[in-house]
Write a protein that binds this ligand. Structure first.
Ligand code: HEC
Length: 314
């Protein structure tokens, strides 16, 4: 049984107003199979939005790598490192782009990993039908599997993963709303001036050689550089994932951000959903994002409100 304890802590903004942030502590109670290993880390996640993924996959690696500045050569306090991972199908070394730590290079890999690890369904590239049940979980390993020999050797034989991957690749990005609203335009200016675009890179043009013709040569606005950034101690989970260390997270794309409540029925943000709204999400930014976060915290109330209005228009 997972346990979550939240401790509220007030943060004072430049104009003296306060915002309460909830600090989570995660635990596991009533362990049924003995103690956890000493090096176990707990890092809960909410689901990533699933829009525009095929377009993200269609960006040339060189265009993403052009934003990387691992040694902060330009001295702006923001570095950005690529996560380099191996393709589970071909074994090729590739640029990671999907997941909270950019740990998957392709939508296929992300989907196969989720089918296996999150819901325990086997497929040709992850053929173990017990998902991540360990040797200690004898009852799990004694259960019948969902393999139906007349259909194939795994629970999701071809072409199931292909269809799921195709679906995930083609969920559209919603159109922006209120683009000409003066407050939204003011908020856009604040977003640029505060330094948010150092990581939330507004736009890319997809490759002319993308596999799916529908994804080729398109101007897209994901508001992410798809790189890893040290976000400070407050957000650190201590968990190494491929090359991402325990303080690094992939810049969350912000397209579609304004429709979070409509799609998810909640407005929780950041990898574990600790932020209850957009203001809290920004105030949690630390590490490489400290300057941008402080610019927001010290901005006039009208400017902060306008920035949130801009995020809601995405
Ligand atoms: C140094 C890079 C960096 C800068 C600068 C930065 N961000 Fe972020 N942003 C991130 C990362 C990385 C995450 C994901 C962190 C996590 O999930 O723990 C994130 C997450 C967010 C989220 C939550 C999105 C979601 O889907 O959960 C919002 C909103 C956001 N940023 C807005 C801003 C705004 C507004 C600014 C400028 C004031 C800003 N960010 C500056 C890197 C940055």
């Amino acid at each position: 049984r997972m346990t979550i304890d939240y401790r509220e802590e007030d943060v004072t903004l430049g104009d003296g107003s306060t915002v309460s942030l909830r600090h989570p502590t995660y635990g596991v109670a009533d362990l049924a199979y003995g103690p956890l290993g000493e090096d176990t880390t707990l890092s809960p996640r909410i689901a990533n939005p699933m829009i525009g993924l095929g377009l993200v996959q269609a960006i040339e690696p060189a265009d993403i790598l052009a934003h990387a500045d691992p040694d902060d050569a330009d001295g702006d306090g923001v570095s950005g490192r690529p996560n380099i991972v191996s393709d589970t199908v071909t074994g090729e070394v590739k640029l990671g782009r999907f997941g909270w730590k950019a740990q998957n290079a392709t939508i296929h890999d992300q989907s196969v990993g989720a089918m296996s690890g999150d819901i325990g369904v086997s497929s040709p590239d992850a053929p173990n039908p017990y998902g991540d049940c360990s040797e200690a979980e004898a009852a799990c390993l004694a259960m019948p599997t969902g393999v139906q020999p007349r259909l194939g050797d795994t629970e999701a034989p071809d072409p199931v993963m292909e269809l799921i991957t195709f679906y995930a690749e083609n969920l559209a990005v919603p159109a922006r709303r209120d683009v000409d609203d003066p407050e939204v335009l003011r908020g856009k200016q604040v977003f640029y001036e505060a330094g948010c675009t150092a990581c939330h890179a507004p736009k890319f043009v997809t490759s002319r050689e993308a596999e799916n013709p529908a994804h080729r040569f398109q101007l897209i606005w994901p508001y992410s550089d798809f790189l890893l950034h040290d976000m400070g101690e407050g957000l650190a989970d201590g968990q190494q994932v491929a090359m991402a260390n325990g303080r690094e997270w992939r810049t969350a794309p912000l397209w579609g951000n304004g429709l979070t409540e409509v799609v998810n029925d909640h407005s929780f943000f950041l990898h574990d959903g600790r932020a209850r709204n957009r203001t809290e999400a920004i105030l949690w930014h630390g590490g490489e994002a400290q300057t941008a976060r402080d610019n927001f915290a010290n901005a006039a109330k009208e400017d902060r409100d306008a920035l949130i209005k801009f995020l809601e228009s995405l």
